[in-house]
Write a protein that binds this ligand. Structure first.
Ligand code: GTP
Length: 421
């Protein structure tokens, strides 16, 4: 029997996803019509013998999370639980803290998935390759190739080419180590708890203080406190993937993930994508339209567009590479390109909302999506996806270009490369 843990973080995380993460916990932000972690759960449910999914985070229990868990349990017919850390315990602290719940039922091994990555996760293949590791092996890390320059912003792995053992691991190294990077997806045997216990005790001792007012540090970092010590010990192995994988830390990354998850629906037929037909809008490429949305037949959508619940799309509207969230209204003849339109916002007639993608360089093999810093060195906003926050009114006949609009704004004119507070 197997289990999976999804690390969902907490309210202080997801800052690069603002203002969208102000409205709902970032792991619930919808991409390709479903919350980010829905795609993780769907991937877990493909693994034969996987019996339970545990979400670990430090969000207070909330309505959105509860509703999501109930509906995912019903859809996937699997037990899903949320376990709340009393404070941020780090990427491995929660796993150690909730070890009894994780080990209940004697799982042979369990997956750990970061929620802020997206991809076509080859979990069954990982499990098959994990089973071939020598006895006493503790874990398998999913890895992918990045460019030399990009690798510096990830966890870098040096492997034995023949055995796939992790020989060396460096988290965000200052100088080049390896182009093989950690995808934030792991498979561990219960033996990992011995390593976690060691890390827990040594961190506790190191940080112990005799002041009752300062809590002792129970944080364990999976990368630094677990992967680094295990590397080179014959216990940690790599499974390399060439499939789609990216970090999901910004609005630009959400547009990129949207495109790839829609392509997975197309390939697997797992979700109903919109089709062309009489009295239907013109569909180009992969487009997902929620059944409750109303789209005028003269609208042209795609490629890579997701239209959420109860969205209204007017006459002659043009959309491409965009996500329109629940309850938004796109009035006649507006044009939305490389943008996210927030919950219950309205875009006026003949207006144009446009962003700039930061797609991986197609001429560089293994290039991953760039997540550029928000500002240039001279303090200007770096061009990126346009994000219209929730409940924003964009008037008629204006252009909003490469901008971020905070929630509840009533805009009065055109904006370019601005954050509208
Ligand atoms: P950054 O580039 O600095 O964001 O680092 P990173 O990509 O390694 O991400 P980070 O380690 O912050 O988070 C990895 C995953 O673990 C994300 O899905 C987070 O939501 C989650 N996470 C981070 N810290 C915690 C924590 O204290 N508790 C829990 N349960 N999850 C966490």
């Amino acid at each position: 029997m197997f289990k999976a843990i999804i690390l969902i973080g907490g309210p202080l995380k997801g800052t690069r996803f603002r203002p969208l993460s102000l409205e709902i916990p970032k792991p619930l932000f919808p991409v390709a019509g479903f919350p980010m972690i829905y795609h993780h759960i769907a991937a877990c449910c493909q693994v034969k013998g996987l019996k339970e999914i545990i979400l670990i985070g430090f969000y207070q229990p909330n309505d959105a999370l509860n509703k999501f868990i109930i509906s995912a349990q019903q859809e996937f017919k699997i037990q899903i639980r949320y376990l709340q850390e009393y404070t941020a315990l780090g990427t491995a602290g929660g796993i150690y803290h909730f070890r009894d719940q994780i080990l209940t039922g004697n799982p042979q091994c369990f997956f750990v998935l970061n929620s802020d990555v997206c991809g076509d996760f080859p979990l069954q293949d990982m499990l098959d390759s994990h089973k071939k590791n020598p006895d006493g092996s503790i874990g398998t890390v999913l890895a992918t190739e990045a460019t030399r320059q990009q690798s510096l912003t990830f966890g870098c792995i040096v492997e034995d080419q023949n055995t796939h053992e992790v020989l060396h691991y460096a988290e965000k190294p200052e100088t080049f180590v390896s182009t093989l990077i950690n995808c934030g997806i792991y498979l561990f045997s219960p033996l990992i708890f011995q390593t976690l216990e060691k890390a827990f005790k040594s961190n506790l001792e190191e940080n112990y203080n005799f002041d009752f007012n300062i809590p002792s540090k129970e944080v364990i970092r999976l990368e630094q406190d677990v992967l680094i010590p295990l590397a080179g010990d014959g216990k940690l192995f790599v499974h390399q993937t060439k499939r789609f994988w990216s970090q999901l830390k910004s609005a630009g990354a959400a547009i990129y993930a949207n495109r790839h998850y829609l392509a997975i629906y197309q390939r697997t037929g797992s979700k109903q994508l919109a089709k062309n037909g009489e009295n239907k809008p013109q569909i180009i490429g992969d487009v997902f339209i929620h059944p409750t949305a109303q789209v005028h037949p003269s609208a042209v959508l795609g490629p890579n567009v997701t239209i959420g619940r109860h969205v209204v799309v007017g006459e002659g509207v043009r959309l491409r590479e965009s996500i329109v969230l629940e309850g938004a209204t796109l009035q006649d003849h507006c044009c939305i390109l490389y943008s996210i339109v927030g919950w219950h916002s309205t875009i006026g007639v003949w207006s144009r909302v446009e962003g700039t993608p930061n797609d991986p360089n197609p001429n560089k093999p293994f290039a991953k999506l760039e997540i550029p810093s928000m500002f240039t060195t001279d303090g200007k906003l770096n061009p990126s996806i346009t994000v219209i926050g929730s409940d924003v009114q964009v008037p008629s006949e204006v252009i909003i270009l490469n901008s971020i609009v905070l929630p509840h704004k009533d805009l009065a004119g055109c904006y370019k490369n601005q954050i509208i507070l």
